[in-house]
Design a protein around this ligand. Structure first.
Ligand code: BES
Ligand code: MN
Ligand code: MN
Length: 460
């Protein structure tokens, strides 16, 4: 048998223990958004270092202003092998709302579904299960003299909050992290039986607006009619963000948005996307948003403005006749093409400010954004990965877009001049960020096998 066959057999033989390891990882509630989980994030980073060391890496924790980074390196079995940088994130989204989980989010369970065994826990799919597919491939290579490529891994603990510590860390560690190609496992398959390589990600930028009227909450009988209500003002402004045809109404918002190149349009048309099923699965019937665009185009190649949350006044049970002093909203924008995150936020703030009536003040709280990114499709690493995926799954890998965002992909290009190869095994119904998040056991197992084949193909 060849080394790759031996390695695949080792992954198969070790599948039970690999699952135990994933369960250990999933038990650590490494929620980056929550101050209550700072120590858990540290623990997740330490757990990763221990795993890396156990499979032959040199590995250490690197503190940042936020959650620590984990960096590990291992030499290739042979000299003159290519050098890859692998990225994943160990932080997870908050598990809320807790009452909708069938089992506690940080007590992983194996459920039997119509589509086979599923691993249910927060982070199963995003991104702990995905991240471990790569480490399980590395572990298997260790039994046969080491991996075919030199490998650096970078694990981040702040992806789910927009990677605030990443730019400084990349700047300080550019040399340590440079490699021939970056591999990222944080995206999905085309469907349960078709692997995929993602070649376009949307960017994202978020802002928060807080409107203040009176200097305290008021009795709506004593003041109602005479005093301005910031919730009314906010509702009107948020309503104005979209035109009747679904387009975003911010001046300059579409600057830098480009129509799809024919090559990509044809590629996506060949995917035979089932728009009715896509919406039907989540209980919807009709595409919202810009008219005259297909749902696939809307999520992969068009920008959006979404209100993510509104608060103000009284929303507890029963009636409270309050005229609130404050109202706030969280808003985020998905970006495409050359849209500039900072300009979008400036335009949003100007739009709000221009609509404020007398006595209402606006405050804003911004977060750093990341622009959209497209990856070259005529690329040797991509061609090799595509063949490796086809060997594992028995079907050609689809080249797909992704409506979500992964800030590091743009940063790798900008700061380290590295293109990424985005290969992931998540499925649309994995419920990433939602209650009862799951990862198919097949994704986990064949994901590890896929990485073994990809590393071998990159080194061949
Ligand atoms: N893994 C996701 C990105 C993703 C989403 C890939 C959907 C494939 C399908 C990533 O962890 C994520 O959630 N990104 C955030 C970024 C944000 C918090 C800066 C996103 O897209 O909202
Ligand atoms: Mn992710
Ligand atoms: Mn995520």
């Amino acid at each position: 048998m060849s080394i790759i066959d031996d390695t695949l057999a080792a992954i198969d033989a070790d599948a039970g223990q690999a699952l135990d390891r994933l369960f250990d990882f999933l038990r650590i509630p490494s929620v980056s958004a929550s101050p209550a989980h700072v120590a858990d994030c540290q623990r997740a980073a330490e757990w990763l270092v221990a795993q890396l060391v156990a499979i032959g890496f040199d590995a250490a924790i690197h503190p940042t202003d936020g959650k620590p980074m984990v960096v590990g390196t291992i030499k290739a079995a042979r000299r003159d092998s290519p050098h890859v940088l692998f990225y994943g994130h160990y932080d997870v989204q908050p598990p809320d709302p807790l009452d909708l989980w069938r089992s506690p989010p940080f007590e992983p369970t194996l459920e039997t579904g119509p589509d086979g065994d599923r691993i249910v826990a927060r982070g199963a799919s995003d991104d702990k299960g995905q991240l471990l597919t790569f480490l399980e491939a590395c572990r298997a290579f260790q039994k046969f003299g080491g991996p075919p490529c030199a490998i650096t891994v970078l694990f981040e603990g702040e992806e789910e909050i927009g990677s605030p510590s990443l730019p400084a860390f990349l700047a300080d560690n550019a040399k340590r992290l440079s490699a021939d190609v970056a591999l990222v496992c944080d995206t999905g398959m085309w469907n349960a039986t078709t692997p995929a390589i993602t070649t376009a990600l949307r960017g994202i930028v978020a802002d928060e607006v807080i409107l203040t009227g009176a200097n305290r909450d008021l009795h709506s009988g004593v003041y109602g009619g005479a005093a301005v209500n910031p919730i009314h003002v906010l509702a009107r402004i948020l309503g104005d963000l979209h035109a009747a045809d679904g387009a975003v109404a911010l001046p300059g918002f579409y600057d830098g948005v480009e129509e799809l190149p024919d090559e990509i349009r044809t590629q996506w048309e060949e995917l035979d996307f089932d728009a009715a099923a896509f919406l039907g699965e989540v209980g919807l019937t009709t595409p919202a948003g810009e008219r005259d665009r297909t749902p696939l185009e809307l999520v992969w190649s068009r920008p959006t403005c979404e209100v993510n949350g509104i608060s103000g006044g009284y929303s507890g049970e029963g009636v409270k006749t309050v005229l609130p002093a404050k109202a706030s909203a969280k808003v985020s924008f998905r970006l495409v093409g050359k849209q500039n995150p900072d300009k979008v936020v400036q335009s949003f703030r100007a739009f709000v400010t221009a609509r404020l009536p007398a006595d209402v003040k606006a405050e804003f709280r911004g977060h750093a954004g990341s622009p959209a990114i497209t990856l070259p499709i005529k690329n040797e690493a991509l061609r090799r990965a595509r063949r490796a995926l086809e060997a594992e799954w028995g079907k050609p890998a689809a080249l797909i877009g992704c409506g979500g965002s992964i800030p590091i992909v743009g940063a790798f290009k900008r700061d380290l001049n590295m293109d990424c190869l985005l290969v992931g095994f998540a499925l649309e119904d994995d419920a990433m960020h939602s209650p009862n998040e799951k990862y198919q056991r097949t994704s986990f197992h064949k994901g590890a096998r896929s990485w073994a084949r990809i590393l071998a193909a990159l080194a061949a």
